[in-house]
Structures are given as C-alpha cells and as structure tokens.
Design a protein around this ligand. Sequence first.
Ligand SMILES: [Zn+2]
Length: 451
Amino acid sequence: MEFLMHQFRQRLLPRLPRALTTPCKSHSSCAPGHAPKPNSTDSISRPIAHIPLVSRLFQPSNLRDVGQESRTPSEMTCKSQRLMLQAGLIHPSNPGCYYYLPAIVRSMEKLVRLIDQEMQGIGGQKLDMPSLCSAELWKRSERWDLMGKELFRLRDRHGAEYCLGPTHEEAVTELLASQGTMSYRQLPCCSIRSPESSVMSQNLDLDFYVAGSLHVVKVQADTGNIGGELSHEFQLPADIGEDVLLVCDHCSFSANTETMESGWTGCPKCQQGTLVESKGIEVGHTFYLGTRYSHIFNATFNNSQNKPVVTEMGCFGLGVTRILAAAIEVMSTEEAIHWPWVLAPYQVCVIPPKRGSKVDEVPRLAEELVLTLGEALPGLRGEVVLDDRTQMTIGKRLKDAYRLGYPYVVVLGQKAVEETPRFEVICQQTGETVFLSRDGLIDLLRCVETV
Ligand SMILES: [Zn+2]
C-alpha cells in the first residue's frame, strides 16, 4: 500500500500544482502550430448549438446581472459562498442545502474525473453501494448506537430499520466477506465509492496527498466513530476553517486540537518547537482500520502458506464539494473566483463586441474562432464559451467573466477585423493582457490542461 500511495502522490502532485498555480508561462516551449488548419467553410456550416452560449447557460445571476450590492452581507457566511452565489454557481434551497447549478456541476465532474484517473492509476476499481444501509449491519459494528442523533434513521413500510450510510465500512466489509476467503494474490484490493472512497488492503501507509499546491497539511486526528487505531486529516489552512490545528514551528508535527490534551504548547515529537494554532478546513481523512470491521464481518484471506488471516483494512474519504469550496475560499479574491485551473467550469470565454458597434461583423468571426479552437485543440472542445449577450457592453461582460474566473478571456475588438486579426487575451489569474494572432492564441491555449 505504501507503494500504491507513493504512486498516487507521484501522479497527483505533479498535476494539481500545475492546475493550481500558473499556466504554462512560456508557451513558446509548447510545440508550435502542428495543428491542422481547419477548413473554415466546413467549420461554420456546423450547427451553432455546438457552442456553449452564455445567454443560454442556466446561471441565474449572470442572466439577471445581479451585482454584489444587491445582496445583504448577512446572507453570507464566507467569501466562497458569496462568490458562488453571485456567480450563479449555487442557489439556496432549504437551510443548509443548495442547488448546484450547471457551471459548478461541470467543475465537480472534473474533480471526480481527476480523482478517478488517479485512483485507476493505482489500480483502484470503482463500485457503488446503496445509500440505505440495514440497521442489522450497523448494529453488528456497534455504530448504530455510537452514532447517536447524527445518524439519519428510517423505516420502510414493513418496519425494517435502515440508516443513510454516512460512510460504508460495514457495507464494503460485508461485501468482501460475502466472496468467501480471498487469496493473498488478490490483495491489496482497492475499491472506490463515488463520491467517497474506501481502500482495503493487507497493510497500509495511507500517507497520500490531496491537493498539491493547495498546501494541504496532514494532521494527526481523532478516529471518531469510524474507529481503528490511527487517523490523519488533510487540512487546508483557512481562517474560516472549523477545525483548530496545532502546527509545530520546528518539525513536521501537526495535530487537530481534538487529539491533544489541552494546554500543550511544546511539540511532543521534536521536544524543541512551539505549537502554533491555526484554523483549517478538512478536505480529506484517512483511517487505518486494522481489523476493526473485518474481524466482525469475518473478511479473511488465505496467506501464502494458505492459512486464513483476517484482512487488515484502511479507508479514506475525500470531500468532493468541500475540496472545491475550500479551493475557491483559499484562492479567490474578494471580487473574483480563482479556480484550480483544471477545474474551472469553462477554460475560455470569448467576448464579441456590443451589437451595433463599428465592428459589427465580428460576432460571426467569434463563432468561427470558437469552432476553430475546438478543431485545433480537441481538449478544449466544449470548454470555450461564447458570451453572445451582445446587447451588453464588452466592459459589463468582462466584469461577469472576471467574477466567474474563466482562466482565459478572449475579446474581439477593432484589431480582430484587421487584415491580420489580433485578439485581446486576458489571462485572469496573472492579470496579463496580450494581443495574439489566431495561431498565437492556439499556441497559448495548447498548454491548457483539461480533464
Ligand atoms: Zn516539532
């Protein structure tokens, strides 16, 4: 398992930092213009429905043009929530619950794909388990009583008791046990439940890393009601975090205060450093379960001497929506969302000029440009959105684009209709603006990583 986690770290680490920090700065290092020149006549004969249009996106605030001013601060509890409401990414339903609108769903799907790719890279296999878990399973593990009021319990029309499984240790262990005694050759076995994750193995070192340059801190944590002998949380330091962490200023020791006796000021690991308090958002949690569940459900395997042995297990959970919200909280400014690049709902927004302006022929050029980008860069298909609300000024639409945080905004102005068309390209996260030819733009966007 140590090996698997090493691989996971090797594969995930290089990916997210790239997504989270800067895009390819020197796009000159990218392979220059090998893309086939699209046949423009062919391209524009395609139905326009292939292009995502801002006017058609179900993204209420953009459509209603709701400004920051129109909402009272008391409605918001934190920056990420305010930004997501303003950008039309979420909409409140009942207290504590939200509708996830199409743009944020695109981001979540991207994050899930990224996790899937990484998990498959270490041999993980995705399965799904029922949300309803039978009370009998939970009574056997004794969690039925341990969980208290936090567990949603219900009865079906025959009176049988169930709970809504917040985690699935019982279910996955019973599934494993139902297969009879496995062979050691089948282990480690890694199963992933979407959107949560569980890993089962003979021996574990669950020292994986969630989110590259988001500076996630691995802290010693309480195993809580899941049980087991060892647990680590992956915390994203943020002032709005609900967890209080103690981080050593001398060594790598860090812990959730819930695991520490109150009054600790010196580091228990290096005995030299001082523990500094900070707040964090929990984005992942690992548990070494040992035989906590496998013993109860009799999940065993035959070792190389063909002797049955109780399986050792571990599990971890990644909070998909929480990772997204936490990333937005930590990376964004007060006015604009900054995404981990690879997770932005759309990578590029193209803005043609206002209707009736001198460069009136440009809207058609804008459609052509979107199609050309899709032809030249297949990875960007469906990732380029056209802000066709040409009744609005470029400035107003730029403000929306800025607020939503498209990594790249391409403005078609006067220079776009010159003999050698040039496009104004704004890289949102560096704040740089450059004028590029069509080929220059394609070269720049070639570096955009999508998932
Ligand atoms: Zn220390």
